[in-house]
Write a protein that binds this ligand. Sequence first.
Ligand SMILES: Cc1cc2nc3c(=O)[nH]c(=O)nc-3n(C[C@H](O)[C@H](O)[C@H](O)COP(=O)(O)OP(=O)(O)OC[C@H]3O[C@@H](n4cnc5c(N)ncnc54)[C@H](O)[C@@H]3O)c2cc1C
Length: 544
Amino acid sequence: MRRWNGWGDSATEMKLNASALAMLAELAGTAQPTQDATLDALLAGIPASRLPPHALISTDAAERFKVALGESYPDWIRRRFGALPTVPDGVAFPESSGEVRKLLDLAQAQHWIVIPYAGGTSVVGHLDCPQSPRPVLSISLGRMNQLLHLDRKSQLATFGAGATGPVLEAQLRAQGYTLGHFPQSFEYSTLGGWVVTRSSGQQSMRYGRIEQMFAGGRLETPVGTLTIPTFPASSAGPDMRELVLGSEGRFGVLTEATMRVSPMPAHESFHALFFPDWDSAEAAVRALAQLKLPLSMLRLSNAIETRTNLLLAGHAGQIKWLERYLGWRGCADGKCMLMLGVTADAVTARQALATARRLLKRHGAVYIGRAMGNKWLENRYKGPYLRNSLWEHGYSADTIETAVDWPQVKNTMHAMEAAAHEAFAEFGQKVHAFTHLSHLYPQGSSIYSTFVWATAPGGFAENLKRWQNYKARVAAAIAAHGGTVSHQHGVGRDHAPNLALEKGQLGMATLAELCRHFDPKGIMNPGKLLQDGGGELSWDREPK
Ligand SMILES: Cc1cc2nc3c(=O)[nH]c(=O)nc-3n(C[C@H](O)[C@H](O)[C@H](O)COP(=O)(O)OP(=O)(O)OC[C@H]3O[C@@H](n4cnc5c(N)ncnc54)[C@H](O)[C@@H]3O)c2cc1C
């Protein structure tokens, strides 16, 4: 069963070993566990629904609470400290595009607010419910999760947009195909959520980002149905798919998506290599990304993330031997770990791996084989479960990501970590900050930083204040280095204040005009992507 106040399935646990806890005490300071609120206490505070009874809508308090929050840090501490968020007045569970259409028509006629809800894994406040004189309806897409059509000749599969990763892949694999989209939130996030937040999966190097896979679909908007047909390619003006990608529930509800799928690969393997230092590692992966070999993944950890990962791996004896061997090969204190994936037919995979290893060796890489790669594969979705154990030991965790062109990569990474250190130092606190490059392109790379700090006494308000301060400082560091507000998590409410920096005034006006076009009454997920919604809306918290 999915945890109500933590990440993932309650049957899965990731424990922190003694060495990892000692490292945290050194780098993030000592911590004290805090008292968790109970679900019953939160549910007891939910006000009565303002919606009239309707066959498609549940007004049950527990159902409404489930869709009120995502997985951002503020969402997390609300549940843990018992700070009740504003909760939608009702939840609908449509089973077809027709039912979504009916719900949108009703919401539009009654002037309700609509928030599409899918996997609830947003980490940037996409699901925040506004306080408004208008009732709020959440449309939960979980029942629209079936493979509707498979065109084997064209390798196109049409799904209900509410299919989660495991449900979607199981249906495709039964037919010999894969979508190949594996975000770390795979267990719960959905096809529709991926498309409208422009998601990126761990093997995007082979399969592409979600925008390369999205071939067409059906968007139910307040003013009608937008059907996007599939073409292998087209020069017929601006591409309507771009209106859906990244729309974050503002233009309508994506009910069906047709995706470019691939036959299951014959060969897939993951390999670990180490570099003596960051500069040699970055030069190596840049050259490799620009060579455009058929690799599926490159994931380069900086020195502090490498140290953290080796400690978290457990097996202290084996890691000691590995470090001794690496030291002897020139990879000592500042060493950086690279995880490399190859997904292809057996011959192509062998050739790609051999070419990659030759290139990386020229930059000082030490290849250590597949054992750590196999471990990575086994645990590919388990990292976020550490957030549960961290909290239980008194630590908070959060991640921030961006993407920049190659000349800015190293400085941006350092600036993001430094901004977090400065932000927490203002409160007399330390933070353990570490980073990896997770999606590499010939032009540049994404940068993904993780931050762990001791949860402060003082409950929700105090911890929210400290988080807002660090988030704003890291966002400013990203902006100062020309980074995008998000490489893969989207905009939501948390990144909306900085969006104008990259879209410009005319760009923002265009987005606002598109919202008015598809949604003239302003019912669709207001306040997300754009800071709009008029004076009638207020929020439980403001992004800084
Ligand atoms: C532990 C963890 C790991 C993560 N790892 C990754 C990662 O590796 N890569 C990555 O890209 N992201 C990652 N994310 C972020 C998150 O999983 C993505 O943003 C995901 O795409 C959200 O999908 P969802 O189905 O959960 O959508 P939700 O969180 O339910 O909704 C997100 C937004 O999309 C809108 N929406 C959802 N479905 C529809 C629809 N059918 N029509 C219209 N609007 C809709 C909602 O209204 C909301 O605005 C991670 C998150 C967590 C918590």
